[in-house]
Design a protein around this ligand. Structure first.
Ligand code: LLP
Length: 463
């Protein structure tokens, strides 16, 4: 994704070298539907509405900063993924993107399964009534206590991530007198990025067991030999915010090759493969994500083709989208505070949140969009950097964007596509109070995760 400096932008050399922004949209009042959730629109007064409710009312009732989650969009995306993959495949929502009990109930109602990767996520899932058999348990360092709970609860699958864990889970399952259904997570030597993938000869990361050097084959050998385990398949997750399907195709091909090797060596055809998550979403107008049905078709075509040529029965496919489901469904609403124009550079717009509610910009150099949402404006576009209120100059929410030049303290601005990995990675840095998540649907708004209070901070601080 290459972006260029806008010719009408500030004439300061550093901005051109460091800045990374596109030309302003022809009309800043127009909301690009690619980056906003489906029920977002502007009302007759020019204010943004979601689920039929104007942001001014939301800000008044719930305060800022706050995440507003478009429930009907979330449910529609769940259905789109489930429909695209059909009855012969399974969609596991990756809870790490954002998990709450309300979300678990929506997933359950819409027929999705759930991937959890910690005891906390498992507790949330079970507490909200997700049937254990619809839960997959992930993690590169599950504790013995976590494994015990997962086995006791009867989770549908544990995704084994190391040789030690193969033995650990087998022992625990045996102690409980059960055969635990498991998959083995393999690293297929494909590192996927937004627009490229790099095939690496050697794996250099903490997840999974490498296909290279026959390690994954050895893991399969050991798992098949243990009474406490029922090996149901192989798992691969190649990365995140991926648009190009080529990485998935290589991954699928290598996983199917492993299934063929397993059949040849053990006479066993493993019934499932999981191709992980990682599908990209639009954070800005320049991003072009694939639709679930295109993804489903590409994956099932490649798996079917590879299985035919290896004379294997086609395994049941599962996928684990997190961001692609929840990411586009929420925006963060902020109130504008200090506005600091830096002559010849850009204008710094400070909001009442920051890296404590969205660490992704600081951590991954992620790009976001932003819009003035409490009103429209005909003022000229001005180049801004939206920053937070934290004691750190890297506390940036939106690195480069355009907002109307008449922006004023008290205006509401919103950053779309913050549904994934913003609340779930939020922190209390500077003793910030983590914002609430408010679900909006059909003219009704309700808090699903409440705002933290200073009492919450003091309660944890036991003196
Ligand atoms: N399955 C597994 C095994 C994963 O490790 C992940 C994400 C997913 C599924 C879901 O990936 P998604 O579809 O959401 O991309 N904090 C980073 C993303 C870390 C993803 C970790 N694993 C971010 O904010 O971009």
């Amino acid at each position: 994704m290459s972006r260029s400096a806008h010719p009408a932008g500030p004439r300061h050399a550093d901005v051109f070298t460091e800045g990374h922004y596109s030309a302003p949209a022809a009309d800043l009042n127009v909301l690009d539907e690619k980056v906003w959730s489906r029920t977002v629109t502007r009302d007759a007064d020019g204010a943004l509405t979601v689920g039929g409710i104007a942001v001014a009312r939301l800000a008044e009732e719930f305060g800022t900063p706050a995440y507003f989650l478009d429930e009907s969009d979330f449910r529609a995306r769940c259905r789109a993924w489930a429909d695209a993959f059909g009855p012969d495949a399974d969609v596991f929502y990756a809870g790490k993107a954002f998990l709450s009990r309300a979300v678990v109930r929506w997933l359950k109602e819409e027929g999705l399964n759930l991937d959890v990767c910690s005891g906390g996520e498992l507790t949330t899932a079970l507490d909200a009534g997700m049937p254990a058999e619809r839960i997959a348990f992930h993690g590169n360092n599950k504790t013995v206590a976590e494994i015990e709970r997962a086995v006791e609860a009867g989770v549908g699958r544990i995704v084994l991530d190391s040789f030690q864990e193969i033995v650990r889970v087998a022992h625990i399952a045996q102690r409980h007198g059960v055969r635990q259904r498991v998959q083995i997570r393999v690293t297929v030597g494909v590192e996927a990025h937004t627009h490229e993938f790099i095939a690496t000869a050697h794996e250099d990361q903490k997840f999974g067991i490498a296909l290279a050097d026959g390690q994954a084959a050895e893991a399969v050998r050991r798992a098949l030999a243990l009474d406490g385990l029922e090996l149901i398949g192989v798992h691969s997750h190649i990365g995140s915010q991926i648009f190009d399907m080529a990485g998935f195709e290589v991954s699928a091909r290598r996983v199917v090759q492993l299934l063929a090797e397993i059949r040849d060596e053990h006479g066993v055809e493993l019934p499932e493969i999981d191709l992980g998550g990682g599908l990209g979403i639009a954070y800005t107008s320049e991003d072009d994500p694939r639709e679930p049905h295109e993804i489903a078709k590409a994956l099932s075509d490649i798996v079917t083709r590879e299985c035919e040529s290896a004379k294997l029965r086609t395994p049941r496919i599962s996928v684990e989208p997190g961001r692609a489901i929840v990411g586009p469904t929420a925006f963060t609403l902020y109130e504008v505070g200090t506005i600091k124009p830096l002559e010849g550079l850009r204008t710094y717009v400070s909001v009442d949140g920051g890296m404590s509610d969205n660490i992704r910009t600081a951590l991954y150099d992620a790009e976001y969009s932003v819009a003035l949402v409490s009103r429209t404006s005909d003022a000229e576009p001005m180049l801004v950097r939206v920053v937070g209120k934290h004691c750190e100059s890297g506390d940036i929410v939106v690195k480069d964007a355009f907002l109307p030049a008449d922006l004023a303290p008290g205006d509401l601005i919103a950053v779309p596509a913050t549904g994934a990995y913003c609340r779930s990675m939020a922190s209390n840095y500077n003793h910030a109070l983590r914002p609430p998540v408010v679900a909006v649907r059909d003219g009704e708004a309700r808090v699903i995760v409440r705002r933290e209070t200073e009492e919450d901070l003091l309660r944890l601080d036991v003196g």
